[in-house]
Write a protein that binds this ligand. Structure first.
Ligand code: FMN
Length: 192
């Protein structure tokens, strides 16, 4: 099983990138996390580029293909001004197009987030979850807010508390179980 991981931060030393790596370590055996690393290359969404029939920018095609090939998507988002960082929202807008052909349709998705403040990017996580729903994703309810990230970051690693680790494991289990449910449903359809 393959989970596509997307960090919503472009920053070197990003706490959200570290959080994504922590999640990768906690995935059950047999599940791998593959990171999307071209967020920086995705240009601002422009409907004219779609309408004049030009091929999509290479990084956009890479994102759409990575989403379609993944069994599930896991996004670690920072919070900018109580909302989704622009680069991440922009990428999700591209992934949602052409209309009716979202690259996330029917795919299980979950959101986690770290911030330097005391709320752990809760608003950004809620908004990313809403957007993933608009893209047709099967969005899991659980979230993981990691607050005061600078204080728990050292040597490129983010230390989670025991409670946060339990919450992360629960969220990942839910994501994997969504994929398994889909597979069982598909197998039943084939057998019928
Ligand atoms: C433009 C901007 C706006 C921010 N707004 C918020 C905010 O609304 N809430 C919050 O908790 N942190 C906010 N922060 C602080 C981020 O949580 C912090 O920069 C965090 O480290 C970003 O995640 P990263 O380490 O993955 O890049 C903001 C940072 C920037 C650059």
């Amino acid at each position: 099983m393959r989970v596509l991981g997307i960090s919503g931060s472009l920053r070197r030393g990003s706490y959200n990138h570290a959080l994504l790596r922590r999640a990768a370590e906690r995935l059950p055996a047999g599940v791998e996390l593959v990171e999307f690393d071209q967020l920086r290359e995705i240009p601002p969404y422009d409907a004219d580029l779609e309408e004049d029939g030009s091929p999509a920018p290479a990084a956009v095609t890479a994102l759409r293909e990575a989403m379609r090939e993944a069994d599930a998507v896991l996004i670690a988002t920072p919070e900018y001004n109580h909302s989704i960082p622009g680069a991440l929202k922009n990428a999700l807008d591209w992934a949602s197009r052409p209309a009716g052909e979202s690259a996330l349709t029917g795919t299980p998705a979950a959101v986690i987030g770290a911030s330097t403040g005391m709320f752990g990017a809760v608003w950004a996580q809620a908004e990313v979850r809403k957007v993933l729903g608009a893209l047709g994703g099967r969005v899991v309810d659980e979230e993981l807010p990691v607050s005061h990230a600078a204080q728990v970051y050292a040597d490129g690693q983010l230390e989670l508390s025991p409670e946060q680790t339990v919450a992360l494991d629960g969220l990942l289990a839910e994501l994997v179980s969504e994929v398994e449910e889909l597979r069982e449903g598909a197998a039943e359809q084939v057998a019928a």
